[in-house]
Design a protein around this ligand. Structure first.
Ligand code: FAD
Length: 388
C-alpha cells in the first residue's frame, strides 16, 4: 500500500494552492460578507480544468480519478470552503451530464461546463422531500417528443446563477418510489422556470441558494439522462462522489484553520509567554492534527474505492462524509477557540471557516442519513465482510 502522492497529484495540489492563494484568499472574506458569487474566479478555475476534474474526457473533462480531484478541492477549500464547495457541486453535475447525457446534449453542454464557461446545479431536494429524497413529487410527463415538467425544488446551490439544471423528477406514478424517478438536463432559462429569493444563510455566502419552480417547462425528450426510472440511481451515484467532495471541503477548511491556529499560538502571548507554551493547548493542537489526518485518510480511502469501482464504495463514501465533516467542523471550532476573542471577529478567517464547514454536516445527505447508509450495509446482505 503506497500512501505517497504521485508526481501528478503533487503537481495538481501545487497548482490548486497557487490558484487559491492568488484568486480566492484575497477576496474570500469580502465575498462572504457581501454575498458575492465570484463568477470570474470560477471561470479562472475552469481555465485550469477545475470545473471538470473527473468529468469524462469525451465531455470535455479531464477524466481524473476522484482521488486526484480531492487534492485540488482540499487546497482551494483551505482558504474558501464556500466557493470551493460550489465548484465541487458543479463538478458533480458536470460528471452526471457527461456520463449519462445523449451524445448531442453531452456534446453541447459538456465542454461548456467542464471549462467553467457555463455552470450547473444539482436539483434533487424538494420542500417536502429532503432526507427522504425518493419521495420527490416534481413530475416530468412525456408528451410527444418532449417532457413537460411541473413542481418545485428547494435549497438548490447556485440556482439563479447557473445555466443548466441536472434535475430529478418523477416519470412513474405517485407510488413508484425511487424506481419512478428520471434524471434530466434542463436549460436553466427554459420558459416556465422561476427562482425564489436568495436564501440568507449562516455560511456558504459566496454562492446563492434558491428554490426553483417549474410550471409547464417543456424540454426535448433527448434531454433525459439515462433511461426512464434510472434517475434515483444516477442521483445517488453523483452523490457518492459529491460526498467525497464535501468531505474534502471540510478537510480543507480544517487544514486552513489548523494552520492559522498553529501560527497564532506562537504569536499570541499571555502570562508573559506564547500561548504555545501551555500544554493544555499543545494537546488540543495535537488532537486537532490527529483528527484531521484521520479524516483526510478516510476520504482518500473512499475516493480510491470509488475509483476502483469497489462494491462497498458507497458505504465508504458515507463513512468518509460523516467522519470528515464532523471532524472538520470540530477542528475549525477548536481553532477558533485557540484564538480566544479574536477567533470570533471577522478580521480573522476562523469564524468564516467554521460557518462554512457547518453545512457540510447537513447537505448531500445529513450525517444521520450517512449512519443509516452505513448501518444498512452492515446489517443486511453480505454484511460480515462489509467493513474491515
Ligand atoms: C446551503 C444548502 C445547500 C444545499 N444545496 C443543495 C443542492 O444543490 N441540491 C439539492 O438537491 N439539495 C441541496 N440541499 C439540500 C440538502 O441536501 C438537504 O437539506 C438535506 O438532505 C436534508 O434534508 P432536509 O433539510 O429536508 O432535512 P430533513 O430530511 O427534514 O431532516 C431533518 C432532521 O431529521 C433527520 N432525519 C431525517 N430522516 C432521518 C432518519 N431516517 N433517521 C435519522 N434521522 C433522520 C435529519 O438528519 C435532520 O437532522 C442544500 C441544503 C443547504 C442547507
Amino acid at each position: 500500500m503506497d500512501f505517497e502522492l504521485t508526481e501528478d497529484q503533487r503537481a495538481f495540489a501545487e497548482t490548486a494552492r497557487d490558484f487559491a492563494r492568488a484568486e480566492l484568499a484575497p477576496h474570500a472574506a469580502r465575498w462572504d460578507a457581501e454575498g458575492i458569487f465570484p463568477r470570474e474566479a470560477i471561470a479562472k478555475a475552469g481555465a485550469l480544468g477545475f470545473c471538470g476534474l473527473y468529468a469524462p474526457e469525451n465531455a470535455g473533462g479531464l477524466g481524473l480519478p476522484r482521488l486526484d480531484a480531492t487534492m485540488v478541492f482540499e487546497e482551494m477549500a483551505a482558504v474558501d470552503p464556500s466557493t470551493t464547495a460550489f465548484i465541487t457541486i458543479h463538478n458533480m453535475a458536470t460528471w452526471m451530464l457527461g456520463t449519462w447525457a445523449t451524445e448531442a446534449v453531452r456534446g453541447h453542454w459538456g465542454p461548456l461546463l467542464a471549462s467553467g464557461e457555463k455552470l450547473a446545479s444539482y436539483c434533487l431536494t424538494e420542500p417536502g422531500a429532503g432526507s427522504d429524497a425518493a419521495s420527490l413529487k416534481t413530475r416530468a410527463e412525456p408528451v410527444g417528443d418532449e417532457y413537460v415538467i411541473n413542481g418545485a425544488k428547494a435549497f438548490i446551490s447556485g440556482a439563479g446563477a447557473t445555466d443548466v439544471l441536472v434535475l430529478m423528477a418523477r416519470t412513474g406514478d405517485a407510488a413508484s418510489g425511487a424506481g419512478g424517478i428520471t434524471a434530466f438536463a434542463v436549460p436553466a432559462d427554459a420558459p416556465g422556470i422561476s427562482y425564489g429569493k436568495k436564501e440568507e444563510k449562516m455560511g456558504w455566502n459566496s454562492q446563492p441558494t434558491r428554490t426553483i419552480g417549474f410550471d409547464n417547462v417543456r424540454i426535448p425528450a433527448d434531454h433525459r439522462l439515462g433511461a426512464e426510472g434510472e434517475g434515483f440511481k444516477i442521483a445517488m451515484k453523483g452523490l457518492d462522489g459529491g460526498r467525497i467532495n464535501i468531505a474534502t471541503c471540510s478537510v480543507g477548511a480544517a487544514q486552513g484553520a489548523l494552520a492559522q491556529a498553529q501560527q497564532y499560538m506562537h504569536d499570541r502571548k499571555q502570562f508573559g509567554k506564547p500561548i504555545a507554551s501551555f500544554q493544555a493547548l499543545q494537546f488540543k493542537l495535537a488532537d486537532m492534527a490527529t483528527e484531521l489526518v484521520a479524516a483526510r485518510q478516510m476520504v482518500r480511502l473512499a475516493a480510491a474505492k470509488l475509483d476502483a469501482g469497489a462494491r462497498d464504495a458507497s458505504t465508504y463514501c458515507a463513512m468518509a462524509k460523516r467522519f470528515a465533516t464532523d471532524a472538520g467542523f470540530n477542528v475549525c471550532n477548536e481553532a477558533l477557540q485557540l484564538h480566544g476573542g479574536y477567533g470570533y471577529i471577522r478580521e480573522y478567517p476562523l469564524e468564516r471557516l467554521m460557518r462554512d464547514a457547518r453545512v457540510h454536516q447537513i447537505l448531500e445527505g445529513t450525517n444521520e442519513i450517512m449512519r443509516v447508509i452505513i448501518a444498512r450495509r452492515m446489517l443486511e446482505g453480505d454484511a460480515p465482510d462489509a467493513i474491515r
